[in-house]
Design a protein around this ligand. Structure first.
Ligand code: ZN
Length: 311
């Protein structure tokens, strides 16, 4: 298992207002805010990480909150269009009640691949799903005063990519060790048996769908997980062998990454388990302090002054 792709590592999306994004994910959805840092390529804006208690791979949702008034993105082909979280059996009614209370836009629960799911939008229009997984999800949830274990998210169930044609993307997933396990209408479900959870990628084929545009309320990229730098390097070669362009290894402080665009246009990342989120904060402190990479530490005062406070 060590040299395989181990399901999803994290998913990164664009948001508008930072405080509204922080409140929605930490309070309404009840995720743990595990890291407050800046966009390493644009240190005047935040980069937020939400996850389980320790920020385990397969639970991490991250945002670039670009601020109020940014252009709205458009969901479309060549993009990840839905983020699926695993929740306990029988919890969807509690979530519907909660969404009513917090004025969250949602659809009536439905069934797909024999699993009940509830689709909803975050305040910026990002589309997410809560799915009552048919295989037991034993991951330990992060609990808050309002979102207890009987309903709390366990981490990712799947990610959905919308494509004009699934074939070329499916070929990349095959190199990643994924296999087609189910198909329902135009939705192809791929999964890896390398891990128990966060193991599914759904490909939705819409031949005439216009290309999506990444801006507010859309997914920026999808990151897959590998154990360490050695496996990362192996997969770099495999992607080059497919004839695709891929970046060199990039240090993201909490993991090491490679980025490439799969043939249909979705930005993929491969990210390592090492060194993890406790590299600059203890488990108890995660998310409480603004953490800057070394190259920006000397500009901390100036950077802090440009970021909106969250409390
Ligand atoms: Zn990433």
């Amino acid at each position: 298992m060590e040299n395989r792709i181990l399901g999803l590592h994290h998913i990164t999306a664009i948001a508008g207002d930072a405080k509204r994004n922080f409140n929605f994910y930490s309070k309404v959805l009840g995720l743990r805010f595990i890291k407050k840092t800046v966009n390493f390529d644009d240190p005047g804006t935040y980069h937020f990480y939400f996850g389980d208690e320790s920020g385990s791979a397969g639970t991490i949702l991250t945002f670039f909150p670009w601020g109020n008034g940014i252009p709205q993105g458009r969901k479309g082909a060549g993009m990840a269009t839905e983020i699926g979280y695993s929740v306990p059996q029988g919890s969807l009614e509690k979530w519907v009640e909660r969404f009513e209370k917090y004025n969250v836009i949602y659809n009536k629960p439905a069934v797909r691949f024999g699993e009940r799911y509830l689709t909803f939008n975050d305040p910026d229009g990002l589309k997410l799903e809560l799915i009552e997984s048919k295989t037991p999800d034993t991951r330990t949830p992060w609990e808050t005063d309002e979102v207890k274990a009987d309903m709390a998210t366990r981490g990712f169930h799947n990610i959905t990519l919308t494509l004009n044609d699934v074939e070329a993307t499916a070929a990349v997933l095959t190199v990643f060790g994924y296999k087609l396990i189910e198909k329902e209408a135009n939705r192809y479900r791929y999964a890896t048996d390398a891990v128990e959870n966060a193991a599914i990628v759904d490909l939705v084929e819409l031949p005439t769908e216009k290309r999506g545009h990444v801006a507010n309320g859309t997914v920026h990229h999808v990151a897959f997980r590998v154990k360490n730098d050695e496996v990362l390097a192996e997969f770099r070669n495999k992607i080059i062998d497919l004839g695709l362009n891929i970046t060199p290894q990039i240090d993201r402080n909490y993991f090491h990454s490679l980025y490439f665009r799969e043939p249909a246009g979705v930005l993929f990342e491969i990210a390592t388990d090492n060194p993890g989120f406790m590299v600059d904060e203890s488990l108890e402190e995660l998310g409480q302090n603004l953490k800057l990479p070394a190259q920006y530490e000397s500009r901390r005062k100036e950077i802090e002054a440009t970021l909106v406070p969250l409390n």
